[in-house]
Each structure stands twice: as structure tokens, then as C-alpha cells.
Write a new protein. Structure first.
Length: 240
């Protein structure tokens, strides 16, 4: 089955061939789109930024260009270098995932975006201009627009986790009593050993909202703000 790329058809037959002009075009598209993705991540203070995204995307593009040339000139029928880039990108993005002292996983979205950026580079190198453009728009929407929707949905969930720092371990029972009075059930409390010598008692608390008033009117942020006013609470925040 032969599928003509609409953008390639629009630009002309030359854009579907492997020549010096399409090499520059595909590398340019790869750099442009990956730069947008890297800038979006950098603007939110994530570790993998502009240069990382460009390099990962360029690796995919160059690998795909090389595979295309080798498959045209030799008996090789599989894009071996591109497959290696996908695996390498997965390893790099996996190393960008961190576990904070608050028992939270950090960098998961950036890791996934980095891996997707490598595949985006491969589609650009293959001359799949329409797929590259649509995929880029989808990824940038996922990174920039969907978080607002995600936070809105999370605020409607009855279950959420809190990072809790108490001034004294003896205050834990007081906190549990207060939470229950507000209309919540504690499903789990886990002590955080990372703060063992800090003088604070630190916990990860999983709660479930059961009170009708809380379910109907209160958002997680408002509940957290109310609990933060307790005199024995040093710090509290919702975990992602």
C-alpha cells in the first residue's frame, strides 16, 4: 500500500527523495520542533532542556537518514540504527526520572517527552512530514494544555496523597483526629526516613474524602491550606 505524504506532495517530488536539500530540510524540521519542546520543558525548570531535546531528536533524524541510504544502497531491509536510537532514547529518558526526598517521582513527563522527541526525529528523517507535524502538535498540546485539565480532574478525585511535616512525632495523633473530623479517612501513613536527622517527623499520608460537604465544595488545595494552619504542622503539600 502506497501512502503519499500530503506535505511532501505539496512541496514537490524532490522532498520525498534523499538528496542534499531534503537532508537540510529534515534536519531543520527536527531541530525546530525539538527546540520548541525543549523550550517548553526549560520554561518549567525541568532538567532536560533545549540542548538535550535537540540532540536526541537529531540523533533520530541522522540515524533514519543513514538507514534510508543504507537500505537503498545495500541489502539491508531494516532500519537498524533508528531502532538503536529508540532504545538509547528510552535509556536516557529513564535516567532523567528522579525520586525526591518527598517520595515523589520527578521528571516522568520530561522523560516521556524526551523519548517521544527521539521518535519525532526519526519520522522527520524518514521524510514523513505530515506525521512529524501532527505528532509535534499533539506532544506540545500534551505538555502545555493538558496539565490544566489534569489538575482540574485530580481536584475531583476523592483520593489524594499529602507530604506532611510535623514539628513533633507526638502530634501525629492530633493530625489524624483533625483529619477525621473534617470528613476524611486515612488509608495509609508512611514515615519518610529521608528526614530522620532533621528534627522533623515526616510522613506520606494517603487520604480519602468521605464527608459530603468536602466532596461537594472543597478542592484539594483548599483542604491542604486549611491543614497548613494547624500550629503543629511545619509543612504540608499535595503529592503529584
Amino acid at each position: 500500500m502506497i501512502i503519499n505524504d500530503p506535505l511532501a506532495v505539496l512541496m514537490g517530488e524532490w522532498s520525498s527523495q534523499l538528496n542534499i536539500y531534503t537532508i537540510f530540510l529534515r534536519i531543520g524540521i527536527s531541530m525546530l520542533f525539538s527546540a520548541f519542546l525543549g523550550t517548553e520543558r526549560s520554561s518549567k525548570r525541568h532538567s532536560a532542556g533545549l540542548r538535550t531535546f535537540i540532540i536526541v531528536s537529531l540523533a533520530g533524524t541522522v540515524a533514519m537518514l543513514t538507514d534510508t541510504f543504507l537500505m537503498a544502497q545495500t541489502d539491508i531491509n531494516l532500519p537498524l540504527l533508528s531502532a538503536a536510537v529508540v532504545i538509547g532514547g528510552a535509556m536516557i529518558s529513564g535516567n532523567s526520572v528522579l525520586y525526591s526526598s518527598k517520595s515523589q517521582i520527578k521528571g516522568l513527563t520530561t522523560s516521556a517527552a524526551l523519548w517521544a522527541c527521539g521518535i519525532l526525529g526519526i519520522t522527520a528523517g524518514a521524510g514523513m512530514y505530515t506525521v512529524t507535524l501532527i505528532s509535534f502538535v499533539a506532544i506540545i498540546c500534551g505538555l502545555s494544555l493538558f496539565p490544566t485539565i489534569e489538575h482540574g480532574l485530580k481536584d475531583r478525585f476523592n483520593h489524594f496523597e499529602m507530604h506532611l511535616e510535623l514539628k513533633n512525632k507526638n502530634n501525629l495523633q492530633d493530625f489524624v483526629t483533625t483529619v477525621r473530623k473534617l470528613g476524611m479517612v486515612i488509608d495509609d501513613i508512611e514515615s519518610n526516613p529521608a528526614y530522620l536527622n532533621s528534627g522533623l517527623s515526616v510522613y506520606t499520608v494517603s487520604v480519602r474524602i468521605t464527608g459530603k460537604e468536602l466532596k461537594k465544595y472543597k478542592k484539594h488545595k483548599e483542604i491542604i491550606e486549611a491543614l497548613s494552619t494547624l500550629e503543629y504542622v511545619y509543612h504540608i503539600e499535595e503529592m503529584d
